[in-house]
Structure formats: structure tokens, C-alpha cells
Design a binder for this molecule. Structure first.
Ligand code: AGP
Length: 605
């Protein structure tokens, strides 16, 4: 993953580098570093841990220099320590890198045979040392260009040079790289968000392209080193997102913002006067769509899974879902009558972006359901449906998931109506129900004290299971994912009907088992599956919208979530699961906004 920044200015840059790195921490927070050029000397400062640490180092020993690069790391090659932190510098060159060099071992051996010594375990140091070698015979741009051909894998690079103190070179393949323009200052960054407090004028490098920045010029080059012009985009203003208000952390703020997220999303897509869905400009005429393929990773994949049930119930369209990292390597039979929908909060997830690229190469129609409208996935799709959740800072996705579900549900309803596959009365009733959703989410959040109590029961558990059927199955997966990523407690999500095919063997006396059972067509079946768990000693936490079934001596905890429409129950059932995971993590004193080993945006394969 990792985030990179570069600034060429007429004034010292280290403070702005630190501020931008704070914004890039969503890409990795294992270690951080920066390098500036001072009197033809590369001055490097690095630390393991967070940007706050780097800031402290800089406070004690300030680093001047009008040109510099910075990095936040999510470790791929080599443990997260100071030596492996970026930048990686030789006497002449300093490099920050986002991506993975797949043939680094091979290249390292070649360099070692020439007597060149390595300091770190990273793949990036290979780039530094290759450029250092190439600089012996060529000027910087040609040196960088010549070594890029040797690299396999993905990269976004920021490079500074001891003997060329006015320039930063940027290059990309696979990993995104933005360039920002201002007066007497130009920038490189992993995304426009990192640059927004300094400029709103942004260009994006395409694969294979390079750029050279000075304080008052930017030049772009294509993959043949031919000078090119790039379009300048004017991006939206910086949003102040650093304020947690009265909340302990961003995650709790984001959980409690969900009624607003839902309201914004519903208002955006539903015409409150006509009481109809206002989605237009379809890339494919809905009646002609043969198949919809929904693709995402992690939580976004779970929203695709839920959407599959909605589309299947409401339309006659064939639905397929896939995890992006699988899709990109499958032997897909593309069809121009199919619609490929990519779901991503960040819009920068490497696997999802790569799967989208494959679709583009096969000339099929694509749609992005994203939170970040200036992201790579949004820019590269034929059609964008924003979820309007606002910035999501907590690594565990909460309000973005709810936004994704709402947009996908609205889309399934719209398609169903345009294809004349839903009774008009039912369609309008469903729209009315949707308008009630923000308030229902608000009421569901009032259940927090119950979930605080339940959370205590997980403290000594060796693991846990989440069960559901139909639309509640993906919600069980999402509940389990939230619990494991936040509290590091082993959690498995299963379709309840699968238990007797293996997982039942895991049930032992006192194992917490969360059963998600709205009163839908699966309800009775789920109850039977629950009995099989009870018979083997599982400790049941029963989430339903049916009051009657709550009271049973075999149920350890029952929770009633008031429902307004069976199609909306996956959205409402998610809320208590988020709160449960949150409170278990809080009791275990975990780092809620930045869980160990994770990053908000997974920008490497
Ligand atoms: C969920 O809580 C995650 N942290 C993770 O699974 C995330 O949803 C996944 O990495 C996809 O990210 P995206 O939505 O930004 O593409």
C-alpha cells in the first residue's frame, strides 16, 4: 500500500510534507519518513510507527530544504522498522515508492554481484541503487526511464537527486500518482486528497508516464519519453475531517453518522416531490442488460453479495458476484450486454481497479459505486454512482457499507421498474419505506447499551460464529469481518444452512454464536439451524425483528431490531453488529481507528 508525497517549492517543505503524510496514513501506518535536500545533501528522517512520531523527530531536529519527498508505509517486504522505512537513499538519490517490485530478489542479486551493498530488506532499495548506477552515465530523467524497464510489478515513485537539487521525478505503473499545481510550488501525491489543502488543480499520471517537477514548472512524458500535455482537473475543496467531536474515535463518529449518510444518499437518488428514483444516463439500456457482475473486496464485496439477493428478487437479470482479486485472474467471457459494477469506498483498491481495467480492455460497460468521486475507479468507469457518505477515516468500513447498500438497493429497484418487472404499487411503497430508513437507523443505534452488555461475553471467548440465511448471510460475513479486524478475535461468518456440513464441529460449550434472523422466508429454517447449535452448547445471541421468538431460556441474549421492509433488514441488522465489534474492541483496548496490520486503502495487490 503506502502513500507518497513530493513537494518542490521556493520555501521549506517539511511541515507540508508532514501534513500531507497525515492525510495519507489511511494507506499505511507502520512507519513514516521524509527526505529533503539541503546544500546538496540528502537529509533523511525516518521512524517506525505513525506520522506523529516523525513530527516529534522533526520538532527536535528540524529539516530545512525547499524540495522533499515523504512516505507512509504498509510493510510488504521487510518488517516495519526504521531501516525499512522509506525514503530509501544512496549518497546521490532518494526514493519513495508505493507498490511492489515483484522481481526485486533477482535485481538485488545482480547488483550484489557488482559489489553493491543493501541496507534494508525492502524491494524499493533496488530502485534507489539501480538509479544510482544509471546516473553514472545519464541525466536523471533518462536514468529513471532506463531502469523502469527492468522493474516487474507496480509502482508510484517520487525521486530526488543530490546533484540536481531543483527537481523531483515522478513515475507510475499500476499505482496511482497525482500531480498538483500552485504558485511557486508543485506537488506529487498518491491521491488528490493529500494535496487538497495546498491546491485544487490536479493532473493524474497514466500508466507508464513520468513527470518532472520544479518549484515553477511541471513536465509530463509518455511511456516513450515523449513530452505530453495532461488535462488539469479542478477538484473539490478540502473537507475538514480531523474533528472527532465528542466521539472517542472516528469509528464511533462514523457509526453514529449513519442516519445522516442514509438521508443524504436517499435524498440524492429519490425525487422527494415525484417520489421516484432519479438515476439517469445509463451506460446500457436497462431492458437490454443480460447480466450484472458485481465486483469488490472486503466489506465492499459483502455489499455486492447483498445486492445479488436484491437484484435476483426484484429483476430477471442474471447476477454474478466476484472478489476483485479473483476476477482479475479468471478466464472471463465478456459480453457487451453485461454491466460490470465496481464497488469501492476509496476507489483506489488495487485489485478492484485492476479488475476494472480488464473490463475496459474488453470494451464492456462499467459502473462505479464509490465514496470518493475523484478516485481512480470513479475516473476510469463509464458511469459513477456516488454513495455520499463523506470521508470515512476509521479503517473498519461502516457508513460507507451502509451507503453502498442503499445505492445498490436503489439501483435494483430502478432497474426493476424500468424493465417493468415490479408492480408499480410495490415500487412506490418501497420508495416510501426507503425514506423511513434514516430514522430507523437512528432508532437502531439506541440499542447500543444492549450491545455494550453483550460485548462483555466475548472477552474470554476463543472464537465466535455469525450465522444467517439469504440476505442475512452476507451480513453475517460482515459482522464477523468487523469483529476480527477490530478486536483480533477469531470470527467466522456462515450461511446457517451450511453448519452441519462441517463448521458445527467447532461448536463447544459457551462459544458465542450470533444468529441473524429477520422474519423473512428463511426465518423458520434459521431457527432450526440455531437449535442444532444450542444442542451442542453454543451461546446464542439472537438478532431478529420478531418479538415473539426472543424469549427462550436457550438464548443468552435477544435483540429486537424494528424493521420497516424485509428488503431493508440487511441494512438495519448491520448496525448492531458494528456496535458489537466496536464495544468488544473497546473493552480489549484495541486501536479502533487503526487496527494492527491493516490500512484503509489497499493499494497493492
Ligand atoms: C472493511 O472494514 C475493510 N477495512 C476492507 O475490507 C475494505 O472494505 C476493503 O479493503 C475494500 O476497500 P474499498 O471499499 O476502499 O475498495
Amino acid at each position: 500500500m503506502c502513500g507518497i508525497i513530493g513537494i518542490a517549492s521556493n520555501k521549506p517543505v517539511s511541515i507540508n510534507i508532514i501534513n500531507s503524510l497525515k492525510k495519507l496514513e489511511y494507506r499505511g501506518y507502520d512507519s513514516a519518513g521524509l527526505a529533503t535536500l539541503i546544500n546538496n545533501f540528502i537529509n533523511e528522517k525516518k521512524c517506525s510507527g505513525r506520522v506523529d512520531e516523525l513530527e516529534k523527530i522533526l520538532f527536535k531536529s528540524p529539516s530545512d530544504g525547499n524540495i522533499g519527498i515523504g512516505h507512509v508505509r504498509w510493510a510488504t517486504h521487510g518488517v516495519p522498522n526504521v531501516v525499512n522505512a522509506h525514503p530509501h537513499s544512496s549518497k546521490n538519490v532518494s526514493v519513495v515508492h508505493n507498490g511492489i517490485i515483484e522481481n526485486s530478489d533477482e535485481l538485488k542479486k545482480e547488483l550484489e554481484l557488482k559489489g553493491i551493498k543493501f541496507k534494508s530488506q525492502t524491494d524499493t532499495e533496488v530502485i534507489t541503487l539501480l538509479i544510482t548506477e544509471a546516473l553514472k552515465n545519464s541525466e536523471p530523467l533518462v536514468a529513471v526511464f532506463s531502469i523502469l524497464k527492468k522493474l516487474k510489478g507496480s509502482f508510484a515513485l517520487g525521486i530526488i537527486f543530490k546533484d540536481f537539487p531543483d527537481i523531483i521525478i515522478g513515475a507510475r505503473r499500476g499505482s496511482p500518482l497525482a500531480v498538483g499545481f500552485s504558485n511557486n510550488e508543485n506537488y506529487l501525491g498518491s491521491d488528490s486528497y493529500a494535496l487538497k489543502s495546498m491546491t485544487n488543480k490536479i493532473s493524474y499520471l497514466d500508466d507508464g508516464e513520468l513527470c518532472i517537477l520544479t518549484e515553477n514548472s511541471v513536465s509530463f512524458y509518455d511511456s516513450n519519453l515523449k513530452k505530453i500535455n495532461k488535462k488539469i482537473h479542478i477538484v473539490s475543496k478540502d473537507e475538514n475531517i480531523s474533528d472527532k467531536g465528542d466521539y472517542k474515535n472516528f469509528m464511533s463518529k462514523e457509526i453514529f453518522e449513519q442516519p445522516i449518510t442514509a438521508k443524504k444518499c436517499v435524498n440524492e437518488y429519490i425525487d422527494s416531490i415525484k417520489k421516484d428514483i432519479n438515476i439517469y444516463n445509463f451506460p446500457l439500456e436497462p431492458k437490454k442488460i443480460k447480466k450484472i457482475i458485481l465486483i469488490g473486496c472486503g466489506t465492499a464485496y459483502h455489499s455486492c453479495l447483498v445486492a445479488k439477493y436484491w437484484f435476483e428478487e426484484l429483476t430477471k437479470i442474471d447476477i454474478e458476484i466476484d472478489i476483485a482479486s479473483e476476477f482479475r485472474y479468471r478466464n472471463i467471457k465478456f459480453n457487451s450486454n453485461n454491466l460490470y459494477i465496481f464497488v469501492s469506498q476509496s476507489g483506489e483498491t488495487a485489485d478492484t481497479a485492476a479488475a476494472l481495467d480488464i473490463c475496459k480492455k474488453n470494451n464492456v460497460k462499467t459502473c462505479a459505486v464509490v465514496n470518493t468521486i475523484e478516485s481512480t475507479i470513479a475516473r476510469n468507469s463509464d458511469w459513477v454512482l456516488p454513495i455520499h457518505a463523506g470521508p470515512e477515516i476509521g479503517v473498519a468500513s461502516t457508513k460507507a457499507f451502509i451507503g453502498q447498500l442503499i445505492v445498490l438497493y436503489i439501483l435494483s429497484l430502478k432497474f426493476s421498474s424500468m424493465r417493468e418487472e415490479i408492480d408499480k404499487k410495490i415500487y412506490y411503497q418501497k420508495i416510501k419505506n426507503l425514506e423511513k430508513l434514516p430514522n430507523s437507523i437512528k432508532n437502531t443505534l439506541l440499542l447500543e447499551p444492549d450491545l455494550q452488555l453483550m460485548a462483555k461475553e466475548f472477552l474470554d471467548a476463543r472464537g465466535s460464529m455469525f450465522l444467517g440465511r439469504g440476505c442475512s448471510f452476507p451480513i453475517a460475513l460482515e459482522g464477523a469481518l468487523k469483529l476480527k479486524e477490530l478486536s483480533y478475535l477469531h470470527a467466522e461468518g456462515y450461511p446457517a444452512g451450511e453448519m452441519k456440513h462441517g463448521p458445527l464441529a467447532l461448536i463447544e460449550e459457551g462459544l458465542p454464536v450470533i444468529v441473524i434472523a429477520p422474519k423473512d422466508k428463511y426465518f423458520e429454517k434459521t431457527l432450526s439451524n440455531m437449535q442444532e447449535v444450542i444442542a451442542r452448547g453454543g451461546k446464542i445471541f439472537f438478532f431478529t425483528d420478531n418479538k415473539k421468538e426472543l424469549i427462550s431460556e436457550n438464548i443468552r441474549f435477544g435483540l429486537r431490531i424494528t424493521n420497516i421492509d424485509n428488503f431493508l433488514s440487511p441494512i438495519l441488522m448491520t448496525i448492531p453488529l458494528q456496535l458489537l465489534a466496536y464495544h468488544v474492541a473497546l473493552l480489549k483496548n484495541c486501536d479502533i481507528d487503526k487496527p494492527r496490520n491493516l490500512a484503509k486503502s489497499v493499494t497493492v495487490e
